[in-house]
Design a protein around this ligand. Structure first.
Ligand SMILES: NC(=O)c1ccc[n+]([C@@H]2O[C@H](COP(=O)([O-])OP(=O)(O)OC[C@H]3O[C@@H](n4cnc5c(N)ncnc54)[C@H](OP(=O)(O)O)[C@@H]3O)[C@@H](O)[C@H]2O)c1
Length: 330
């Protein structure tokens, strides 16, 4: 089969190789999936470059954790009725060497989730990391119906997905972005109000849409940078869920202010959700597909052979939407 792989960390054009590798065979409890689309996320490029000290954990790595496809064969202990099922995949390359940037992948059966009949395989490849992160950050502390939720980075893969999920769950959603183009993307996802985060009046802008009611839950992509403004926006006993702080790894926390507000800070790392949280997330995602439908948010589709270009596009920070890779040999 054709695949992309790398044997050492480095820049995309230096280390990503396209070529022929052996087609895998499913072991016990595994399924063999013919990949249609591989989903690219920042964790894939960060792992490839060794971001914040990440080690090259396997001799050969086929990248990408997310994807979609059709089950072609199953190993022992897996119901053969799964053969032919359309699935979305998550965590394929989390603590495992071979991910979805290939014609086929073998994964434990529980990582290949049945797609709703109405969800396309293109959209299926965008679900994994964004949706599981968004679910955990939004729902860890219970339902959000009628709550005011601020979702920063509403044109990002995770943020955009979170807007859709929070609206599906009945929240009032405010979002922030960096440009007018990105504002459109956040509005398309369903946000009730969207503001530029570089506005000098951000706090006032946001409170003007809520009758000055403070925010119940903030789902944040840039914890270190945004914390100061967020402490002026979050209500007492509120929750700040955060999943990234790329530009400021060490955040300064004004402890007294924080203490008096009885705040909860939840750091989301989607790869290690509890089993309960994961089951709840999968059930939510299933119903969300069936009841609302997931709005497509695909920026560009690259051919498998051009995966290095896809990595460069993601790293440029210029794309709006998910980048996916077409892994079919067509
Ligand atoms: N913890 C986890 O489990 C987990 C899961 C998924 C992703 N992540 C991490 O989360 C980050 C985002 O992932 P992604 O796939 O959503 O990336 P993405 O598609 O690049 O989106 C990130 C978005 O955040 C915006 N942004 C940056 N700084 C901001 C700020 N101060 N305020 C508001 N918005 C801001 C960016 O806009 P501008 O660039 O225009 O500012 C961009 O639209 C990455 O670092 C990724 O590795 C973590």
């Amino acid at each position: 089969m054709k695949a992309i792989w790398y044997e050492k960390q480095g820049d995309a054009l230096d280390v990503l190789t396209y070529g022929e590798v052996e087609k895998p065979t499913p072991a016990s409890n595994e399924v063999l999936v013919k990949i249609h689309f591989s989903g690219l996320n920042p964790s894939d490029t960060k792992r490839r470059v060794g971001f914040r000290g990440q080690k090259h954990a396997f001799q050969t790595i086929i990248p990408h954790s997310d994807g979609s496809g059709v089950i072609e064969a199953v190993g022992n202990n897996v119901d053969s009725k799964r053969i032919g099922q359309k699935v979305w995949i998550y965590s394929a390359q989390w603590q495992r060497p071979y991910g979805t940037a290939a014609n086929f992948v073998c994964v434990p059966s529980n990582l290949a989730i049945k797609l709703a009949d109405t969800t396309s395989l293109e959209i299926g490849a965008t679900i994994g990391i964004p949706a599981l992160t968004a679910y955990a950050g939004l729902f860890k502390y219970g339902e959000i119906k009628n709550k005011i939720v601020l979702i920063t980075g509403g044109a990002g893969s995770v943020g955009n997905c979170a807007i859709q999920m929070a609206k599906h769950a009945g929240a009032k959603v405010i979002s922030t972005v960096s440009s007018d183009k990105k504002m459109k993307a956040a509005l398309n996802a369903g946000a009730d109000h969207v503001f530029r985060y570089d506005s000098k009046n951000l706090v006032e802008d946001i409170l003007s849409t809520t009758n000055r009611r403070k925010i119940d839950l903030i789902f944040d992509v840039a914890f270190g940078i945004n914390l100061e403004a967020h402490l002026d926006l979050i209500k007492d006993h509120g929750i700040i869920s955060t999943y990234a702080s790329d530009k400021k790894a060490i955040a300064e926390v004004p402890f007294q202010k924080f203490l008096l507000m009885n705040l909860t800070i939840y750091s989301v790392f989607m790869y290690v959700l509890t089993d309960d949280m994961m089951q709840n997330a999968l059930e939510f995602i299933r119903k969300w597909q069936v009841n609302s439908g997931i709005k497509p948010f695909v920026a560009k589709i690259y051919h498998l052979e051009k995966t290095a270009d896809a990595h460069l596009a993601l790293e440029s920070g210029e794309t709006i939407g998910n980048i996916i890779i077409d892994c079919r040999n067509e």
